[in-house]
Design a protein around this ligand. Sequence first.
Ligand SMILES: [Zn+2]
Length: 117
Amino acid sequence: MATCMECGKKLQGRKDKRFCDAHCRNAWHRRVYRESRRIHYRIIRQLEENHSILDNLLKAGITTISRSELELLGFHPGCLTGCSTGAHRHTEHRCFDIRYMITERKIFGISRMLGAE
Ligand SMILES: [Zn+2]
């Protein structure tokens, strides 16, 4: 027996029914939308934190740093705006206008993509 995706009550009637009524359907969609926005904003915040860390390193003239130091600064290694292979031996990662290479031990080649796409 199918149950309502919102309240869990047993459903009567049509086999493809997913909610008991419009109230449950709307509540479910609102919750999914809120959760989606929450994840969206968390990732944007993490990208901004990463950019701020990389920007501060560049301002201090630092282009290489160990991964452990970087993570102490609050860097989120899994959060990036793009990556590409080919130009270098290592995959180039991007955080908005800053690019870098990353290995298990360090992040290096931090630079601004001035004029690049
Ligand atoms: Zn329901």
